[in-house]
Design a protein around this ligand. Structure first.
Ligand SMILES: [Zn+2]
Ligand SMILES: [Zn+2]
Length: 270
């Protein structure tokens, strides 16, 4: 029998659920905040154990809190994964059928691409051919904005990529749907969507940009870690914000508010 969750664990879980995803810096601050609020024993280096207690209690519901890395800057994040869902059904209560179809098509474009990204032009074009219900350009843009706001997609200058939340929560779905198209990073062994690929056709390993940056740091002549041939890509510079020095997001107040545990005792099942 697993250790039951205390109010501190419940608060942590609720805050994570209402935010969708939190960075490891936020998780550390939230851990402290939850323990202090509920008078629970707090030890800064016990976050993993704290999350293990939550995960043991979530297991019968086929859910668990999982850590993953941002493909853009290497920062670690936590999100809640449902292991029973092998479709994007976890989004279905928030989106209409044609919006979900648009999301799937955007994901297809991104996974099929060389660089793990899709231009807004390509996404807008596929909105024309939705089978559920076509979308006009304006409507498509609004829906895409909603995907970004809800942290399913990232957008930079008209280019869409899969968000960290999407990759953490949808990994199982993506492996099922795209199978061999989904590669893992040679360094961290997580799914690699935005990555560099070894140019040697008999090798072709992939590495995340932050993993490339860390792996080749201080090496003047970058060689592929698998085939030893020259790594013919620009080595990205990644800021070391994952070391946890950034203060801007460290306050639990920056997270979406969580109602006090007493008022949310109601069962969420409906
Ligand atoms: Zn990696
Ligand atoms: Zn290689």
């Amino acid at each position: 029998m697993s250790r039951p969750m205390g109010d501190s664990h419940k608060r942590f879980l609720q805050t994570l659920m209402s935010n969708g995803i939190i960075s490891s810096i936020q998780a550390k601050a939230l851990h402290r905040h939850c323990c202090e609020t509920h008078g629970a024993h707090y030890s800064a280096d016990r976050l993993d154990e704290f999350i293990d207690v939550i995960n043991a209690n979530l297991q019968p519901m086929f859910m668990y809190i999982r850590k993953g890395m941002s493909e853009e800057d290497g920062v670690q994040y936590y999100a809640l994964v449902n292991t029973a869902e092998t479709d994007i059904t976890r989004m279905s209560s928030d989106y209409a059928d044609n919006e979900l179809e648009l999301f799937r098509k955007t994901m297809d474009l991104i996974v099929d691409s060389e660089n793990g990204a899709a231009s807004s032009t390509d996404v807008l074009n596929c909105a024309d051919s939705l089978q559920t219900k076509k979308m006009k350009k304006k409507e498509t843009e609004l829906v895409l904005n909603k995907f970004v706001q809800d942290k399913w997609l990232n957008e930079k200058q008209g280019v869409y990529t899969l968000s960290t939340r999407c990759i953490i929560e949808m990994e199982q779905y993506m492996r099922l749907i795209y199978q061999d198209l989904i590669k893992v990073c040679h360094v961290c062994h997580n799914v690699a969507i935005q990555s560099q690929i070894c140019e040697n056709p008999t090798c072709g390993i992939q590495m995340h940009l932050p993993c490339v940056a860390i792996y080749f740091k201080g090496r003047s002549d970058p060689l592929c870690p698998a085939c030893n041939q020259f790594w013919a890509h620009e080595i990205p510079e990644i800021s070391q914000s994952q070391s946890g020095r950034s203060q801007s997001q460290s306050s639990p107040a920056a997270l979406a508010p969580t109602p006090s545990t007493s008022s949310t005792r109601r069962s969420r099942r409906s």
